[in-house]
Design a protein around this ligand. Structure first.
Ligand SMILES: [Zn+2]
Length: 394
């Protein structure tokens, strides 16, 4: 009817408008009502007048729109039909982390993942202490930590020669009796007594946290403007590259601890590949929707190149339980990442029923969960590497 004032019109209108009593107010589609931000500027006045003020976003509209109303730079997936934020001011985009739209779960899956990895980093630092008070040169303690059905024996002692305090750690599989623990402690007592460098392990944890944080920020803020979209997508790609590159560091550094040539070769190769991938991702053409497979392929190839040092590890150390265990975790990681890449590139399940998975269950959310699962498997491998090299040294 002629007197109907839609919420969309209100947003476009001057900052304050008066609606005559008795007029109908069509507040738009159900999706419009779902966002608390949209209701913030709506005020009901007294004296028979309804006064509506669009304070929520200043001169910008803050309503969820459908795919066909998006500017080109926000059109990434036509199978997600609705609930988009388009060119929202930065403050409202930030606050939208707490409202429902088609990126809410994408933001939170990786933000929660970031905090999980922060906790894992603290956990690792605590479990393998950086310093330990000791007053003699004999073993002072053993400890046990259950990690996915394995056991880890920690032992610290004071080295009388140089005053250093060291921690030795041994990982056992399926430890269930005290004699196994005692045997591990005895083995620790005869260990060379050094502590391998931690930086490759922490570089990996930092890479994982950077990736998760950048991804979360990208999903939250890329809707702000074309420039913001360009910057945050590059940070997102850089984060993925950083995760892949730093995933190699524990694998290569600890496996080839005694072989500086291969250690430098593999670390140099993956670092150079990562730098090249970041450079390629800076090209504007890189984010075009039709290049989805090219993007997935580039990151998949980088990840697959990890097979070379893994096969090399098994050829040299195949008889060692630590090598077998870490390879198992690395295969699990590869399987999660591969599944993630396939889901990302095929856009399953939303392509089967467009619009059905707009808010929950679409491919990118599944991809995020698979990335976290893969990164966690690699964290477990990192713990085993530390135990292996702390015990054996070079
Ligand atoms: Zn993402």
């Amino acid at each position: 009817m002629a007197s109907t004032v839609t919420l969309e019109k209100m947003m476009r209108s001057p900052r304050t408008m008066t609606i005559q009593s008795g007029d109908d107010i069509d507040v738009g589609s159900p999706r419009t009502l779902r966002s608390p931000l949209l209701m913030k500027g709506r005020k009901v006045g007294g004296g028979g007048e309804d006064v509506v003020t669009d304070k929520c976003c200043g001169h910008k509209k803050c309503e969820l729109v459908s795919y066909d109303k998006l500017p080109e730079f926000l059109k990434h997936n036509e199978f997600i039909v609705d609930y988009y934020r388009s060119e929202w001011p930065i403050k409202e985009a930030l606050l939208s982390a707490f409202s429902i739209h088609n990126e809410t779960i994408n933001v939170w899956t990786h933000l929660i993942g970031f905090f999980v990895f922060l906790a894992l980093t603290v956990c690792a630092a605590t479990m393998v202490p950086m310093e330990y008070e000791a007053s003699h040169n004999l073993a002072t303690s053993t400890g046990l930590a259950n990690i996915t059905g394995n056991a880890m024996v920690l032992r610290s002692y004071y080295n009388a020669d140089n005053g250093a305090v060291v921690v030795a750690m041994k990982v056992l599989r399926n430890v269930s009796v005290e004699t196994d623990i005692a045997a591990a402690a005895a083995a620790a007592l005869s260990a060379p007594g050094h502590r391998v460098a931690r930086w490759p392990f922490y570089a990996y944890l930092c890479g994982a946290m950077f990736c998760l944080l950048m991804s979360s920020a990208c999903h939250l803020l890329a809707c702000h403007s074309e420039h913001a979209s360009y910057v945050f997508l590059r940070l997102d790609y850089a984060g993925i590259t950083g995760l892949i590159v730093t995933s190699f560091y524990p694998l290569v550094y600890y496996t080839f601890l005694c072989d500086p040539f291969y250690q430098a070769l593999y670390l140099g190769f993956i670092t150079a590949s990562g730098a090249a991938a970041v450079a390629v991702s800076l090209l504007p053409v890189f984010e075009r929707p039709e290049l989805r497979w090219a993007r997935a392929g580039l990151f998949a190839c980088m990840g697959m190149s990890g097979l070379v040092p893994i096969v090399h590890k098994m050829l040299v150390f195949g008889a060692r339980p630590e090598a077998v265990l870490t390879t198992g975790y690395e295969m699990a990681m590869g399987a999660f990442y591969l599944a993630g890449v396939v889901v990302y590139a095929t856009r399953v399940p939303e392509r089967w029923i467009p619009g059905r998975f707009d808010l929950a269950g679409h491919s990118h959310q599944l991809f995020h969960v698979l990335v976290i699962a893969g990164a966690y498997a690699h964290y477990l491998a990192g713990l085993v590497y530390l135990g292996w090299r702390d015990m054996d040294g070079c």
